[in-house]
Design a protein around this ligand. Structure first.
Ligand SMILES: Nc1nc2c(ncn2[C@@H]2O[C@H](COP(=O)(O)OP(=O)(O)OP(=O)(O)O)[C@@H](O)[C@H]2O)c(=O)[nH]1
Ligand SMILES: [Zn+2]
Length: 213
């Protein structure tokens, strides 16, 4: 064991029960041995030339694909600034591409996130919204949790009048295996604040998303 990483599956530093959690992290050698085992599990020979460096490559690729566990939401969302022009209308960043992995099969989820909020004096740098999507996307996920985590983290740190998040994604566990439904898309949405309490705000988000505003 060479380190202990904090696992933040559901929120900024908390698990689904609201308690902070940490898991023991194996060494890179241990991770490589696990990949070698999986190679044998699929019927491969880890000793053949083409596969000699594969455990190392996979262990490193996993570090990149799952780098979200190391991202600090406080750092990403900590820098907000006052909107001096007095703009207090909907800010919508749409079509943010992301790659995630489903927590059931550990295969890719490929999709787009649409994130909107109604400022209450302070605004976020636009790139930070895309960074939040990546920070939660680069973890094992369900689409529902991903949607809720993006909304919650922006809601808690920026404290806007409301946050609206919609995600459209294709789950490779439904495409490449199992029911094999190529082209099926899953849509999820979550609303906080006035998007929840005022139907016309939610309708405005939806029509702006569809380009009708
Ligand atoms: N709600 C939800 N379900 C998901 C998501 N990603 C994958 N799943 C589903 O998780 C379920 C896991 O079902 P299980 O019956 O335990 O696993 P399985 O035998 O591999 O299921 P099949 O995919 O039907 O073959 C499947 O129905 C997947 O489609 C997600 O983001 N949200
Ligand atoms: Zn899956």
């Amino acid at each position: 064991m060479d380190a202990v990483i904090k696992n933040f599956p559901n929120d900024v530093g908390e698990d689904q029960d609201g308690e902070s959690r940490s898991v023991a992290r194996p060494s890179e050698e241990e991770a490589k041995a696990a990949v070698e085992l999986l190679l044998r599990w699929i019927g491969e020979d880890p000793a053949r030339e083409g596969l000699l460096d594969t455990p190392k490559r996979v262990a490193r690729a996993y570090q990149e694909l799952f780098s979200g566990y190391g991202d600090s939401l406080e750092e990403i969302l900590g820098r907000t600034f006052e909107e001096v022009s007095g703009y207090d209308e909907l800010v919508l960043v749409k079509d943010i591409p992301f790659f995630s992995h489903c927590e059931h099969h550990m295969v890719p989820i490929i999709g787009k996130a649409h994130v909107g909020y109604l400022p209450d004096g302070r605004v976020l740098g636009l790139s930070k919204i895309a960074r939040v999507v990546d920070a939660f996307g680069r973890r094992l996920q369900t689409q529902e949790s991903l949607t809720a985590q993006i909304a919650d983290s922006i809601d808690k740190t920026l404290k806007p009048r409301g946050v609206a998040v919609m995600i459209e994604a294709e789950h490779m566990c439904m495409v490449m295996r199992g029911v094999q439904k190529i082209g099926s898309t899953t849509l999820t949405s979550t609303f906080t604040g006035v998007f929840k309490t005022e139907p016309q705000e939610q309708a405005r988000f939806m029509s702006m998303l569809r380009g009708k505003d």
